[in-house]
Design a protein around this ligand. Structure first.
Ligand code: HEC
Length: 167
């Protein structure tokens, strides 16, 4: 446990060093005072696929969306037997809670498909904190995503229609 934490701290430190040269935004970063967990959070967000749904056009552009637009939510609806869901704007979402509140909420996260809530619930506190710090570091941006529609409501385009799976 301690070993694993040391390892992830070391990884975060390495990422932090990389991040300091990669990040233009944030004077604190330029001054070399960056929290190494911020770069670790960027790494986690990237490999966990959060951008694929929460960043407009990210998957189609093969990740070329400018970082300033990451995680701003999407108007692309996901429609299935659960209704129509929209990837929330995480840049605004994180503004509404403290780090401790996020860690608690994330371990009990409930969300409709195709949000992989189970993946977020399984994350370690350290990883959740890193994700929070990264998103907070990016700051608020964009608009709130459209609100959820129940199954009997037809959404406006664009939306992805899931097929009804054979039982
Ligand atoms: C396959 C698409 C997809 C991926 C990948 C995805 N999300 Fe989501 N996410 C959604 C959708 C759609 C919703 C809205 C769900 C709803 O309305 O119930 C959502 C909702 C959320 C919420 C709000 C839950 C709440 O409190 O209502 C959080 C937080 C979140 N996602 C975080 C993440 C993080 C962190 C990642 C990366 C690990 C991620 N998401 C990856 C689609 C996705």
């Amino acid at each position: 446990m301690v070993k694993a934490m040391q390892r992830s701290l070391a990884a975060a430190a390495v990422l932090g060093a990389l991040g300091a040269t990669l990040y233009a935004p944030g004077a604190a970063t330029a001054a070399g005072k960056a929290d190494p967990m911020i770069a670790g959070g960027k790494y986690l967000v990237t490999i966990a696929g959060c951008n694929d749904c929460h960043t407009p056009g990210y998957a189609e552009s093969e990740g070329k969306t400018p970082e300033k637009d990451w995680l701003t939510g999407d108007i692309l609806g996901w429609r299935g037997p659960w209704g129509t869901t929209y990837p929330v704007n995480l840049r605004l979402y994180m503004q509404r809670m403290t780090e401790a509140q996020w860690v608690k909420a994330a371990h009990a996260l409930k969300a409709r498909p195709p949000m992989p809530a189970v993946n977020v619930r399984a994350m370690k506190d350290q990883d959740l904190k890193a994700i929070y710090r990264y998103i907070k570091h990016l700051g608020p941006a964009g608009n709130e995503a459209p609100i959820y529609l129940p199954p009997d409501k037809t959404p406006n385009p664009p939306f992805v229609q899931f097929p009804r799976l054979p039982k």
